[in-house]
Every structure is written in structure tokens, then in C-alpha cells.
Design a protein around this ligand. Structure first.
Ligand SMILES: CC(C)(COP(=O)(O)OP(=O)(O)OC[C@H]1O[C@@H](n2cnc3c(N)ncnc32)[C@H](O)[C@@H]1OP(=O)(O)O)[C@@H](O)C(=O)NCCC(=O)NCCS
Length: 266
């Protein structure tokens, strides 16, 4: 018999969750097969909450999961999946409902997730559970031949995070928030005209500036890995999106950020 239980109460370990994740994502829309350490680090950086997360267990095996994070009164779906041989039996629906009820019961105000445009099965499921699209997030890859730091200087993370907050017109998605990235090995640059970028190993986590020309300089300063990847740029940021397109960046994924507002049941 299949049981839907919280991860904390399931008696399962992160190893079993990792195995289930690898199987559920083996036919995913983009390749996603992290090794065990990367999987655990990603959960931890995003504030994985074992009490808020739910698994489907059959014969001591995890066959489906909703991995959920908590920050204050917000919850976030880090990842959900059902092992290939167990799909279409309503497991993801039951896991989602269990996670939403658990959130309601502890006074959570909103539940967030991202879904890749084109993952129609998952998007239909989230809509069925009551989620609506809050905004569109774009992912870009930009080839950058050589770094140019002439108008930028290296700076510390907290200074740069403050500058980005001053210039940014939108909140970073969960995986790029200051809280998620603060444990990473980051490289941060300040622009002399106002603006900043925070990156790590060719990934740009946050960027904002007063002028498009400063954005361009910041991208050039951060271009140490030959190419830059920007995951989850708010598509409403027309200055950054137009610049990236003008620089020839390739938009390789479009995501919908979805939100479920929960009633206050207390
Ligand atoms: C998406 C996924 C989790 C659904 O798991 P599942 O246990 O088969 O889902 P359910 O049986 O509960 O179906 C729930 C709903 O999802 C939708 N759905 C699921 N698979 C679908 C498909 N292939 N095509 C269309 N709709 C689909 C349907 O709305 C379905 O409800 P319905 O049967 O009442 O119409 C599973 O296909 C999966 O693991 N995919 C790969 C990983 C992934 O994409 N995760 C989501 C990342 S955002």
C-alpha cells in the first residue's frame, strides 16, 4: 500500500530521496541528474524543511516526493517528482495536497514554485492545486570572450547585496536570494557609476545597475568562465532582457513562477 507521509515522519533518508529524484527526473525536459553531494547542498541552501516535505512510500521505497522549503511565512517547492513506473496514479496530486494542507495548518501565507514552460503535465497539476502564474522568468546563456574589469572593482558580498537592492526593480527567485547564495563561493563586483553583480563560477545570481551601459560592464567584469549563465531573470526587466538579447545571449529556458496564496486559518 502506498502511504503519503511527511519526509520527517517517513523514516527515509536523503539517500532514498536522491535515488527517487534521479529516477523521476531521468526523462525530464532538461538534463538534471545531480550527484548526491550536489543534491544535498541544493536542498540545504534552499532551506529544505523535512516537516513540510512529503513523500509517497511503497514497500519502504520512496516513489514520489514534494521537497519543500520554508522561510518565515513562505514555502517553496524545491522539486517534485514521481518515479516513472508510478505515474498517472494521482501520487503527485496527493503529495501536493498534503504539502498545501500542512502549510495551511501552520499559518503559511504563500506557496511558491517554478515550472519550465513546456512541462505541461506539471503545470496542469499545479493549476489544479490552485497555483497561478505570478511572473515569467528567463534563463540566458551569454558567450563572453574575455573579462573586462576597467569600470568595476571587486567588493564584499554584503556591500554588493545592498547596492543590488537599491537598483533592482524585482525580487530574485528563491534560488538566487541572498539567503540561498550566502554560503557559496561568490565573486562580487561594484560599478563606479552605480550597480553591482554577484556571481559564482560563471553563474550570475544577482545583477542590477543604474544604466544599461553599467549592466553591460558588470557582465563583462564577471565573464571569467568564458560564458555566463543567468537563471531566472524577471522578464519584466526590459533593460536587462533587451541588453542580453542585443549582446546575442541565448534564452534557453523560460519558466513560470507560480504562487498559491493561502487563507489564514488561525
Ligand atoms: C509531473 C509529475 C510529478 C506528475 O506526477 P504523477 O504522480 O504522475 O501525477 P498525478 O498522477 O497526480 O497527476 C496529476 C495531474 O498532473 C497532470 N499530468 C500529469 N502527467 C501528465 C501528462 N503526462 N500530461 C498531461 N497532464 C499530466 C494532470 O493534470 C493530472 O491530473 P488528472 O489526471 O486529474 O488530469 C511526473 O510526471 C514527474 O515526475 N515528471 C518529471 C519531473 C517533473 O517534471 N517534475 C516537476 C518539476 S516542476
Amino acid at each position: 500500500m502506498t502511504q503519503i507521509v511527511s519526509f520527517a515522519g517517513s523514516g527515509s533518508g536523503l539517500g532514498a530521496l536522491h535515488c527517487a529524484m534521479l529516477d523521476a527526473f531521468s526523462d525530464y525536459i532538461v538534463p538534471l541528474q545531480p550527484d548526491s553531494d550536489t543534491f544535498k547542498a541544493a536542498l540545504s541552501a534552499r532551506n529544505f524543511d523535512p516537516e513540510a516535505s512529503f513523500v509517497a512510500v511503497e514497500d519502504d521505497d520512496v516513489i514520489g516526493f514534494w521537497n519543500v522549503a520554508t522561510r518565515g511565512t513562505k514555502r517553496y517547492l524545491i522539486g517534485s517528482g514521481t518515479r516513472i513506473g508510478h505515474r498517472g496514479r494521482g501520487l503527485a496530486s496527493r503529495l501536493g495536497m498534503a504539502a498545501i494542507h500542512a502549510a495551511e495548518n501552520v499559518g503559511i501565507e504563500s506557496f511558491w514554485l517554478e515550472v519550465i514552460k513546456g512541462n505541461t503535465g506539471a503545470e496542469r497539476l499545479y493549476r489544479k492545486l490552485g497555483f497561478d502564474v505570478a511572473r515569467t522568468l528567463d534563463c540566458y546563456r551569454l558567450d563572453h570572450p574575455a573579462p573586462d574589469r576597467s569600470s568595476c572593482k571587486l567588493s564584499d558580498f554584503s556591500t554588493v547585496a545592498d547596492v543590488i537592492q537599491r537598483y533592482s526593480t524585482w525580487e530574485p527567485a528563491w534560488q538566487n536570494t541572498t539567503e540561498t547564495i550566502s554560503g557559496l563561493q561568490l565573486t562580487s563586483f561594484l560599478h563606479e557609476e552605480g550597480g553591482a553583480i554577484i556571481g559564482a563560477g560563471g553563474l550570475v545570481h544577482q545583477i542590477a545597475a543604474s544604466e544599461p551601459s553599467a549592466l553591460e560592464d558588470l557582465l563583462a567584469a564577471a565573464a571569467t568562465a568564458g560564458s555566463l549563465t543567468l537563471v531566472n531573470v524577471d522578464s519584466a526587466d526590459s533593460a536587462l532582457c533587451s541588453l542580453l538579447q542585443a549582446l546575442g545571449a541565448h534564452r534557453f529556458i523560460v519558466q513560470s513562477e507560480m504562487r498559491l496564496s493561502l487563507p489564514n486559518v488561525s
